[in-house]
Design a protein around this ligand. Structure first.
Ligand SMILES: *[C@@H]1O[C@H](CO)[C@@H](O)[C@H](O)[C@H]1NC(C)=O
Ligand SMILES: *[C@@H]1O[C@H](CO)[C@@H](O)[C@H](O)[C@H]1NC(C)=O
Ligand SMILES: *[C@@H]1O[C@H](CO)[C@@H](O)[C@H](O)[C@H]1NC(C)=O
Length: 562
């Protein structure tokens, strides 16, 4: 392992020792973990208070600073006061010993991981996926579980994480927050996490999860599409994809094959390990494998997104924010792909936080549209397609005099209906492929993309809660980005937001106009300019289609029949 640059980059952030080409725990840690693995009769650890002490000892052996007193008290509060007696007993007698065993196996799991890495023809080893470095890390669910036990035991070194813009990874803050500002939802977040550990201990999942940093390079790049300028959008002739608004339901329950948008913080996971409990944090609680991304993925820049494929869901829940509650086990029935990943594709994109009026500036519109596009766009596929395209010598696309983007499958975007309630429908979706030429600002073709008509986007009010985005504008931005990324559809979960009651009608009307991405972009820019100059106070939909907002029900009937 010593020559592996991937391992060298992550080593400072792991609690292990590396010597003579092998990794291992310090002997005192091995002793302590062995004792824990033999259960409370041997280790004496049968309460939250003693668990916190054991953790403190382990940290001490690793040279990590002491636990914050509130974190220790948080462990004690949870396991000794909040958890019922039977569960506490089960936790310390059955679960903790198995977690200790899993930790003992971490060095071996890492060795195996690096032996198996890169098998799919690309670098996939666990490493720091640094800012402006695109790449993928492919981890087994078992290794992820071991790393998350490290986090639960608060064993990851904390120094240097800040300097690398890495978010926190240890779970001490989860318990510290519980103690310092007790509330029920925090207790239920911890219940979700512990449920994950109980499940993995009783039956270790054997699949894989991939974590990818996606980038739109800021500089001209031969093989990648570069970070678009406003011209790219205003001149786009790509057709709009279908969009179906749903007033009820949740992104994580979407029945189609779709990228599921994580309304992310630029630090993946946001406040999941503190008090946070909105869309992204809830996803981290029900799919806890997402949390391991924080170990090796520094915060996202404007031109970056994170795609996580294969994270398993373990918990059911109800509520949102303060009303969030753990509702028992969830059996994840998503099918598995050739890399052993569940077909759950989560796209983390961070919206601008509290932009206020600034969100109507061209700069912000561009930033948000590019951010969504970075998440929705598939650079790999487009590289493969370019290769295939070059080999096939399809020179007709290179016709320099043509301003038109060629070869779209027009009937895909004309259909406004989706039949995604039948999960098999999407896999039988139109498999017809075609190519699109992507051009840079000078009008040169830089990219070709295959259109498969398969994987859409499931999203909702991205950046519209605590981040204060305008939901009408954000819906259109995501629609433009998904269309430009040649996604066949958007399933838009409105969360029954009043401002989006007419989303379906507005979408149908726009589609009936036959407008391109560029045309709708230009309209959005015009609206935003007026909004910025206080020439209008209307929402985008009302501004665009005042007739839809008239009280005359006849007009609505007309709109319905369009
Ligand atoms: C979880 O919730 C879903 C939907 O609410 C339900 O169908 C399912 O039975 C629940 N339990 C499990 C184990 O998935
Ligand atoms: C997980 O990925 C590894 C490559 O790292 C591969 O060898 C293994 O077969 C995959 N697991 C499954 C279940 O497909
Ligand atoms: C479009 O929708 C109609 C039903 O409205 C359906 O019969 C047709 O097969 C669809 N076409 C495509 C390409 O999905």
């Amino acid at each position: 392992m010593e020559t592996r640059t991937d391992f060298v980059s992550i080593l400072p952030f792991l609690p292990l020792i590396f010597r003579s080409s092998t990794v291992f725990w310090p002997p005192s840690v091995v002793e302590a973990l062995k004792s824990l693995s033999q259960g409370p009769i041997h280790s004496n650890v049968n309460s939250g208070q003693l668990f916190a002490l054991a953790i403190a000892d382990l940290r001490n052996s690793l040279g990590i600073s002491a636990l914050h007193p509130s974190a220790s008290l948080g462990f004690s509060l949870f396991f000794d006061d909040l958890m019922d007696k039977d569960n506490t007993e089960k936790w310390f007698e059955e679960v903790v010993p198995q977690l200790a065993n899993l930790l003992l196996r971490l060095p071996a799991l890492l060795e195996t991981h690096y032996q198996n890495a890169d098998l799919i023809g690309m670098e996939t080893g666990l490493r720091l996926l640094d800012s402006q470095q695109s790449g993928m890390v492919l981890l087994s669910q078992e290794l992820i579980a071991a790393l998350l036990v490290c986090a639960l035991f608060c064993l990851f070194p904390t120094t240097n994480r800040g300097a690398k813009h890495l978010p926190t990874i240890n779970f001490d803050t989860l318990f510290l927050s519980l103690y310092e500002h007790y509330d029920v939802k925090q207790e239920h977040k911890i219940k979700c996490i512990l449920h994950y550990f109980e499940r993995t201990c009783s039956e270790m999942p054997m699949g894989n999860v991939s974590f990818e940093r996606k980038i739109l390079p800021l500089q001209n790049s031969q093989s990648n599409i570069v970070y678009p300028e406003t011209d790219f959008w205003s001149k786009s002739t790509v057709s709009l994809c279908r969009l179906e608004a749903r007033t009820s339901g949740l992104i994580e329950d979407q029945p189609a094959e779709a990228l599921e948008v994580d309304f992310a913080n630029k630090n993946i996971g946001g406040g999941a390990l503190r008090h946070g409990c909105v869309q992204e944090e809830i996803r981290c609680m029900i799919n806890p494998e997402l949390i391991v991304a924080r170990l090796f993925l520094p915060s996202m820049a404007d031109n970056e997104a994170i795609e996580i494929v294969g994270a398993e869901r373990f918990s059911n829940y109800s509520g949102y924010a303060a009303s969030f509650r753990f509702c028992g086990d969830h059996v994840d029935k998503k099918s598995v792909d050739t890399m052993g990943r569940r077909r759950t594709r989560i796209i983390a994109i961070d919206a601008l936080s509290r932009p206020g009026k600034r969100q109507y500036t061209l700069e912000c519109l561009l930033r948000e549209t590019n951010k969504a596009f970075c998440g929705f766009f598939d650079q790999h596929k487009s590289q493969q397609d370019q290769k295939q395209f070059e080999e096939n010598g399809l020179k007709w696309l290179l016709a320099p005099e043509s301003d038109q983007v060629s070869g779209m499958a027009p009937e895909m975007s004309k259909n406004n209906t989706l039949t995604t309630d039948d999960p098999s429908a999407s896999s039988q979706a139109d498999k017809q492929t075609s190519y699109e030429a992507m051009k840079n600002n000078e009008g040169q073709v830089v990219k070709y993309k295959e259109y498969e008509g398969e994987i859409g986007v499931a999203t909702g009010n991205w950046g519209c809660g605590a981040f204060g985005g305008d939901p009408e504008v954000k819906a259109i931005i995501q629609w433009l980005a998904a269309s430009q990324a040649l996604r066949p559809f958007i399933l838009y979960y409105t969360f029954n937001l009043e401002a989006l009651q007419k989303l379906d009608l507005v979408v149908q009307w726009i589609l009936s106009q036959g407008w391109t991405v560029g045309e709708v972009w230009n309209i959005l820019v015009e609206y935003s300019t007026q909004r910025l100059k206080r020439q209008t106070k209307l929402g985008f939909f009302n501004w665009l289609l005042p007739s839809l907002y008239d009280v005359d029900p006849m007009i609505l009937d007309v709109a319905h029949s369009m």
